[in-house]
Design a protein around this ligand. Structure first.
Ligand SMILES: O=C(O)C(=O)C[C@@H](O)[C@H](O)[C@H](O)COP(=O)(O)O
Length: 359
């Protein structure tokens, strides 16, 4: 299955193909039409143990391929790891003709992409997602690292030259990683494709046993939503902000708990439940979203706002990137598939937060 993103920087392909990791080099040459001088594969310790060798074996012997391994988990999206990777790239003497390969989940993709965006003012990179979450983060060119004061606060837009998605790589994911990724899948249903939401409800009842066709179709349909939005608004001047549904509170929770204490998607799922409730209040509508919350709960999500100070959450939401002139802006739904970015008062948020906390 293939998709094409017509980015204004350069069009790129998204290929969803079981087993494709074993032909990574061939795909790169065929799809990007580039012949890099060398490669730097950036991955994390967990992925390295499982898949690095297979990926490296796809390169012919005469091609120079270097490797840098970072610790797994959200904490790796740090200034320290970013600097370490730049140092490694310099020590490897990578030139501007080199290419970075991000072999990993969202953390590796964001971090390696930011290295690619900034090393010698930018070199090409390829995303090889190894998690479900990364079906989202690998598309659209948002790359970056976290700051203690806010998630993804330092970054760039740097479009990949190729996204090569091998769904077989997901078969070793632990349950919480499925939950993390599936939150972004269902988000795409909420904001853009009601029919897809129903398809998910019918087809995804457990993360334990996947039919490869269902998994590939789910990834394809979810990426298709994302690709369309980022194509129309590459740098989030408008509708791309809809992809942030659930993220305003989700990011605040991640930062307040400490990065990595809860997965990104599990925090976003809590944020979506909250945003759905606020949507009903603000737009005076009945979304009938309970069936989808039940679905998430049956898949193991805990949708309760964690036990943290709600004023601190509010302060964190104020520094969200969608904030404008000190006001908090939220993505809300008028109906499924009909999102809006809207300014929300602190009073509404505090009232809703105190009601929802603990239940
Ligand atoms: O691609 C986008 O745009 C998104 O907002 C997708 C999000 O799911 C993703 O988590 C993204 O990295 C969040 O970006 P941020 O700008 O809100 O930090």
């Amino acid at each position: 299955m293939n998709l094409q993103v017509n980015s204004s920087v350069h069009p790129y392909s998204i290929i969803i193909e079981p087993g494709s990791r074993k032909q990574l080099y061939e795909y790169i040459i065929e799809q990007t039409k580039k012949h890099p001088t060398s490669f730097l594969v950036i991955t994390d310790d967990c992925v390295a143990d499982l898949y690095l060798e297979e990926v490296l074996n796809s390169f012919p012997n005469h091609i120079r391929v270097e490797t840098s391994i970072v610790p797994h988990g959200e904490k790796a999206k740090s200034f320290q790891q970013y600097e370490n990777l730049l140092t490694a790239a310099l020590q490897f003497k990578l030139d501007r003709g080199a290419m970075i390969i991000a072999l990993g989940g969202g953390v590796v993709g964001d971090l390696a992409g930011f290295v690619a965006a900034t090393y010698m003012r930018g070199i090409p990179f390829v995303q090889v997602p190894t998690t479900l979450l990364a079906h989202d983060s690998s598309v659209g060119g948002k790359v970056g690292i976290n700051h203690q004061l806010g998630k993804n606060m330092v970054g760039a837009f740097h479009q990949p030259s190729l996204v090569l998605y091998d769904p077989e790589l997901l078969m070793t994911l632990p349950e919480h990683e499925w939950r993390s990724g599936f939150a972004e899948v269902i988000k795409h249903g909420f904001i853009a494709d009601k029919e897809f939401l129903e398809w998910l409800r019918r087809n995804v009842t457990s993360f334990q046993h996947w039919d490869m066709n269902i998994l590939s179709e789910m990834i394809y349909r979810s990426i298709a939503v994302k690709a369309k939005i980022v194509e129309e608004d590459e740098k989030e001047a408008g509708n791309r902000a809809f992809l942030n549904f659930g993220h305003t509170l989700g990011h605040a929770i991640e930062a307040e708990l400490g990065y990595g204490e809860i997965t990104h998607g599990e925090a976003v799922a809590i944020g979506m439940k909250f945003a759905l409730a606020v949507s009903e209040k603000v737009f005076h509508v009945n979304l009938n979203y309970e069936t989808y919350l039940k679905m998430l709960e049956s898949l193991g999500y805990d949708l309760t706002i964690p036990d943290v100070n709600i004023h601190k959450l509010l302060d964190r939401m104020k520094v969200d990137k969608k904030s404008y002139n000190q006001s908090i802006r939220f993505v809300l739904l008028k109906e499924f598939g009909n999102p809006e970015l809207i300014e929300i008062t602190e009073e509404i948020l505090l009232e809703e937060l105190s009601m929802k906390k603990g239940g």
